[in-house]
Design a protein around this ligand. Structure first.
Ligand SMILES: Cc1ncc(COP(=O)(O)O)c(C=O)c1O
Length: 409
């Protein structure tokens, strides 16, 4: 009998978990539940961060379906792969990211469970190498960034980034804040399609950041979760390629979950560029030992799909067409929305899935209650939640709030 072998109850039955504080629920999950319960047919969900097509669905890509069918036929084993995952996947994806960069013993990449896994792996690598390193993160950012680094034991610092008054970047303020950064600190950067603002650094600003990193000994950690959803595959990787060409040490966390539509399959990768080959080899062994203790090895299916697509010319072409259609749709909606009110004009110049509307939390609540329009309390919208025919309805509902709130929240 199992119960006979159980130890007697502890004298303090609340310990150890009674000491835990209750954690706040994810605000976006609450929004999903509210949207689901809303019976108004014209309701619009701009909260959840997945791509939607013009029918409002998040379909499995054609290229993904074809790759899955091929895998079903050809995959002969599910045996373990190892902590670095699928090396062919990482090499092929490295080509998509780094273009024709020559082979380099200083650069090492591994498969990870999504972009989140890549960020966490990088955070653990930094923490193992230098616990005193601080991680500089622009405000606002993807809400998971700071917790990922903090859970790895690193201190985080916030620097100014988005200028709500212009919908662009307050670059002078960013540089001013970064004068506090010390050699060895990490500078987290969105490679393209900034989440949540859509605000893009210009090539000249990226060059200035590269110079800053070089002169101050800062290490860029680029989060590239939306390659191809901004201006194109090569264009969206240009900043990362430049930083990796200009600096001795750099990190990148990559997600295939948006640009291949593989969200729940958890497909990502992490690359580290080291100062020389000997250090790169030490980094490689540390990445593998960290991955081993974090997840032992990453899940295979999504990465096998990406590998199958990238190694087949026809599937790769089809994926690129589908990705282009996603990008064209996002940028078309951006242009349409920007034209509806002068205070939204910057949305046309921004890129990616997200934008921050200049709304107070009270206006966000009113839009939800009166019009069935759902967005995050800070005014972040998922552009792909709109459809060409819902833009006028949305703009009409927004107008009084944009007119009334002449100062940004
Ligand atoms: C900026 C940014 N980085 C990383 C991620 C994580 O991506 P994944 O779902 O592949 O873990 C996201 C997801 O929303 C994101 O927006």
């Amino acid at each position: 009998m199992i119960s006979d072998t159980l130890p007697a109850p502890a004298t303090s039955p609340g310990l150890p978990f009674g000491a835990l504080a209750t954690q706040p629920a994810d605000a976006l999950l609450g929004l999903i539940a509210l949207h689901r319960a809303d019976e108004r047919p014209q309701k619009i969900d701009l909260g959840v961060g997945v791509f939607r097509d013009d029918a409002g669905t998040t379909p499995v890509l054609r290229a993904v379906k074809a790759a899955e069918a091929a895998l079903l036929e050809t995959q002969m084993t599910k045996a373990y792969l190892g902590a670095e995952g699928d090396a062919t996947y990482a090499a092929l994806l490295g080509g998509v990211l780094f273009g024709d960069r020559p082979a380099d013993e200083r650069l090492h990449g591994v498969q990870t469970p999504g972009g989140t896994g890549a960020l966490r792996l990088g955070a653990e690598l930094v923490a193992r190498a230098d616990r005193a390193a601080r991680v500089w993160i622009g405000a606002p950012t993807w809400p998971n960034h700071a917790p990922i680094f903090a859970e790895a034991g690193l201190a985080t610092r916030s620097h100014r980034f988005y200028d709500a008054a212009t919908g662009g970047i307050d670059f002078d303020a960013m540089l001013a804040d970064l004068t506090e950064a010390r050699a060895g600190d990490i500078l987290l950067l969105h490679g393209c399609c900034h989440n949540p603002t859509g605000a893009e650094l210009t090539p000249a600003q990226w060059s200035a950041i590269a110079e800053l990193c070089a002169s101050r000994g800062l290490i860029p950690f680029i989060d590239l979760a939306y390659q191809g959803l901004g201006d194109g595959l090569a264009q969206d990787a240009a900043a990362t390629r430049m930083m990796f060409a200009a600096l001795p040490t750099a990190l990148v966390a990559y997600s295939c979950d948006k640009n291949f539509g593989l969200y729940r399959e958890r497909v990502g990768a992490f690359w580290a560029l080291s100062a020389n080959g000997a250090i790169a080899e030490r980094v490689r062994t540390n990445i593998l030992s960290l991955a081993r203790s974090l997840w032992s090895m990453p899940p295979d299916h999504g990465a096998a799909i990406v590998r199958t697509i990238l190694e087949n010319a026809a599937l790769r072409r089809d994926w690129q067409h589908e990705l282009e259609a996603m990008r064209v749709r996002l940028n078309g909606l951006r242009t349409a929305l920007a034209a509806t009110h002068p205070r939204l004009s910057a949305i046309a110049d921004q890129r990616g899935m997200f934008a921050m509307l200049p709304l107070t939390p009270a206006s966000v609540a009113t839009l939800r209650e009166e019009h069935g329009i759902y967005m995050a309390a800070n005014g972040r919208i998922n552009i792909a939640g709109l459809r060409a025919e819902t833009v006028p309805f949305f703009a009409h509902a927004l107008r009084p709030h944009l007119d009334a709130e002449s100062t940004t929240p």
